[in-house]
Design a protein around this ligand. Structure first.
Ligand code: SF4
Ligand code: SF4
Length: 194
């Protein structure tokens, strides 16, 4: 009989102890996140995939397609192409592909970039159904980020734009070479007369 009542008391005590823990945590701030309905702000030090910086002045990227990042990347996972468009002093990227499944987040690409055009994203939702899901087209991603931030969207040059830019640059080089040759001839002629 004593054992019976003892068992009831122990059970009741354990119920109270459990309820005390529940009540104690009931008043504490919630630390769980209702993912995917809620998102958390990552630490500024978090390293998502490297992405193009949106320049606050120009509201577009700063990539001049120098290929330093792609040459430095130990995993050789960056493909950059660029063209020089009429009226512009430097080349700019026409294609920037990042195969993120090989990326070790070593940071070499962000460090070597001469225009500080790369930064780490804060993206942590990196799961995908296929390998291709981890291939990032950074010019398209930039457009999505610009749209989300309400900024003007940077157009991605088409093949026709790139071909026209290459033809214009070749013509400009040829004209420059001809002008240099023409300027050299009279000087050479005056040397013969003397
Ligand atoms: S972080 Fe490292 S591995 Fe990843 S793209 Fe940059 S250089 Fe390559
Ligand atoms: S190093 Fe910088 S500027 Fe050069 S291609 Fe890479 S991102 Fe563009």
């Amino acid at each position: 009989m004593i054992a019976y009542f003892k068992e009831i008391l122990v059970g009741f005590w354990s119920l109270l102890a459990g309820m005390a823990v529940t009540i104690r945590y009931f008043t504490k701030p919630i630390v769980t996140v209702q993912y995917p309905r809620e998102k958390i702000a990552m630490s500024p030090k978090y390293r998502g995939y490297p992405q193009l910086v949106i320049d606050p002045e120009t509201q577009t990227h700063r990539c001049i397609a120098c290929e330093m990042c792609s040459r430095t990347c130990p995993s050789q996972l960056i493909t950059v192409e660029g063209a020089k468009f009429p009226g512009e002093k430097q080349k700019r990227a026409t294609r920037y592909i990042h195969e993120h499944y090989y990326c070790s987040l070593c940071g070499l690409c962000t460090e070597v970039c001469p225009t500080s055009a790369l930064e780490y994203s804060q993206e942590y939702r990196l799961a995908g159904f296929s390998r291709e899901d981890a291939v990032i087209d950074h010019l398209l991603l930039l457009q999505q980020r610009q749209k989300a931030a309400g900024l003007p969207v940077t157009p991605v040059p088409t093949d026709a734009d790139i071909a026209a830019a290459a033809a214009a640059e070749a013509a400009a080089k040829e004209a420059k070479a001809k002008a240099a040759a023409a300027a050299k001839k009279p000087a050479e002629g005056s040397e013969v007369k003397e």
